[in-house]
Design a protein. Sequence first.
Length: 472
Amino acid sequence: MSFGTQPPASEFDPTVLDDESLGAEVGGGEPRPAPVKASDRLFSVDALRGFALLGILAMNIVGFGWPGAAYSDPTRAGGGTVDLAVWFVNHLLFDGKMMTLFSMLFGAGLVMMNDRAEARGASLRGVYFRRIFWLLVIGAIHGYLIWDGDVLFLYAECGLVLYFFRNLRPRTLIAVGLALTLGLVPVVLGLGAAADALKRVSARVDAQIAAGETPSKLDRRLRDLWIDDLQKEFTPSPEQQTKQWNEEMEVYRGGYLGIVKHRFWDVLIVQTIGFLLGGFLFAGGRMFLGMGLMKLGVFGGERSPRFYAWTAALGYGIGLPLMVVDAVEQFRHGFKDEYFLHGGEFYNAFGSLVVAIGHVGLVVLIIKSGALVGLTRRLAAVGRMALSNYLTHSIVCTTLFYGYGFGLYGQVDRLGLAAIMLAIWIFQLVVSPIWLDRFRFGPAEWLWRSLTYGKLQPMRIETSPATAVVTD
């Protein structure tokens, strides 16, 4: 099990998907919320978001193409040397890291909106909670009807809490974020301890029955709970794993209604119990960190090149070795759930945060140096259309893999999945800036904004396309 990735998470962040600022309504009167102009955007934030969005697909593509067990176990979905190498690179650079980066940018987006609202004397509350409400709706539609790896709903849940802490000082926000992240330790170890205790009770009851003794009613109930429900979730036997694998293969190679029915309870559990047991601690903790780092000028490129060089060096220097150790340990423990429940989860839960910080340092340093201008501008365009591009991932990939589409589910190895991912990357890097030369928003961003403000927003750019290009 993994709190760092939602088999499959997205790890993605669509809240900031469209950094909306607050402006005074034209014509005077009380300041009212209005969508941000392209010229007001922070280029580095958009580029980081685009970078994270594309990286997220590196992990999600496995969740689209194979049963959930393949997401964290490279011996599934191919299992050859090349497939293991693809998994290793993904684990090193993307798994958990991109959801971490998106989560931090979610918090950064709230800081940006709050700062702009205060600068204009406008109230943020109404527009913010309308945005969150519609994000919940979009996330529910996405999760139940398109793909069960949705993270939009999780981000909206976290966003409901985040708002009330927006005015805390940067270091306080960072301290809260670290505290929430550390909260994963007792949760994960507690689940592991509970599973161990239930296994001991079950073994004791079986021994008592074999000896002709009568177990207590409580022990019987605990044993039944373990055997009938929890054991297959925490420590499934090889037979149970095979059965679940085959069931998922059959379902996702089948028709649309069968898929929707199959994933309903899984999505509901993730949105409720999953949020309480780990979703908020992981994603929410990173959002608090992002708020603090945004206030310190880190995401906006306001620090010196030396600062970002050191950020990248320390992030990668500490985080990547941790990921190598984690990969080795996962291989050594056979990718079993017991390993994650007894502390193995922490390598990626904490290491992904450090590597993500390294990513921030590297990307912003490249932007500040003026290198790779064409690429960073394309990344920024992808980031400005992040909600549209994220939903496109789900629509395109489920159509490719599921039975109601081209039916490739369970047939493409990890190298083939990487090729599909690369094709989608190239398409979105090419198309996103072309779209934004003509339109103010991506189609999904336009819909979200229109719902938020209760009226259709202007879509086409009326001025010269050059004015829509964001520069650093």
